[in-house]
Design a protein around this ligand. Sequence first.
Ligand code: D5M
Ligand code: FE
Ligand code: ZN
Length: 551
Amino acid sequence: MPLEGSARIVGELTSHGYNVEREAVTLIASADDPRTVLEVVLEEMPEDALVVETDLVRSVRDEVRAAGRNGGSAADSVEHDVSDSNPRRAGDAEPEPESEPGSGPEPEHPSVSTGDSSPESVDNGGGSPLETKGSADSSDRSFERSGDATKRELEIVGDMTGQSTGTGEYRDFVTVFRDRLDRLGSKLRGRINHRPASAIQSMPGGSEVGMVGLVNDIRSTASGHWLVELEDATGTFPWLVMKDREYADLVEELLCDEALAMEGTLSDDAGIAFVDSMYFPDVPRTHQPSTADRHVQAALISDVHVGSQEFMADAWNGFTDWLHTEAARNVEYLLLAGDMVEGVGIYPNQDEELDIVDIYEQYEAFSEYLKQVPGDMEIVMIPGNHDAVRLAEPQPGFDEELREIMSAHDAQIVSNPSMVTVEGVSVLMYHGVSLDEVIAELPEEKASYEEPHKAMYQLLKKRHVAPQFGGHTRLAPEEKDYLVIDEVPDIFHTGHVHKLGFGKYHNVLAINSGCWQSQTDFQKSVNIDPDAGYAPIVDLDTLDVTVQKFS
Ligand code: D5M
Ligand code: FE
Ligand code: ZN
């Protein structure tokens, strides 16, 4: 993990479920050895603490500095046991072709990270964006939206609102991981000749073996090789990826708890297997997206953050004015991927930047802004981490009281994540909290805040919207793992990181939609430069994207 910048430090802490005080980030970034300080801070975080406080960082930094002077490393005492308290069991099942995200160069756009042109990740001409300044001339507001409302087709196919059964007990975790391995394993098992871990444990040295499991641990060995422990319903088995093998490069993409298949050869003492090949559940390269039968468009936005002093009312007004113009006549759908309001008590010191301090008043104000959207548009909304629903994922859709407040527009209110079909095009909507984690854990070229769509490619490849379950990950155990990407969507829509970026991965259009909140003090202090006031518009008949700018 490169730790060069404050944004990475924030990402790393967020990925462990922590919020962080501003000064704490600065202290870590300016330490002699930021990585060690970060590691020790993570080790020393008190049980149940949610915020990384400046005082702790200061004492760790002094500790590390003193240890450095004494010739030792404070991190030497830190054990890297990765989620060994992670209970899960499995079952059995089928295949799909193997593949990996493209890594070719991408065409850059002044302020928008754009369509990926690498052959692996893009179909012909996918994502050549056209950014236009949305201007609304109020004189042409009198037209009717083009669509004959009878042609509209909006179907909610995956919404877990009201389905929550988890009680938060240990066995619920066992169930959710068993379901994950059952369903993702079914995409892997037909590709290899696999055996349960318990069977591999009793096979003689030199045997050819294969296994499907969830990643339980990833460690580097003293000689620079990688040890990846896979777990299935019967036990665990260690797999050694040699540093000079082609698959070594893929180890840096791995997250704990993702589903994987490995093939290889048992060592002479049969204690480990040497990896020959590695498979992800992935999206088949042959995936052919469905498209709409007519020329109709959808605006994919997120992170409105009404109630924050930085909410950009002017940009929002510009957007909704534009929606009333002839130029937007084909925009019949508005998809909102979470963080409608700023919320309260989400981050330390957040109250200093609140414009509206009462959460219900925030939703009332949001509802007024939503009313500016033409009444003849269809709206779908999912919650995000700033919204007033449980933080653990999957997050059910808003409760009755909030629905009542936001009822004016008759929006479809569904869970995070949810799958919806818009005129035959399936859209997986997910707020995107796990993107912080993917960006923190993977090397810059595979996932970064500048190119959030590449982090989304990783989630598609892992066929799970939030693979890594750590000590603090907000994962709600349910009977079913609602975070598995069972069906390949035609569009994957996220937000949360406040950066606009899109591209295609095996023909799936991945869009991260930026925000409507200008840079907060916190973001300024850690150099997060949000893409605020943009509306990506998707042609549902071609899956082409244009970006309208309102800031
Ligand atoms: O977060 C927007 C982005 O900023 C997301 O990448 C997390 C990061 N962020 C913002 N404030 C904080 C604090 N205080 N700690 C950690 N990470 C932070 P969103 O939650 O959508 O507002
Ligand atoms: Fe947000
Ligand atoms: Zn968010």
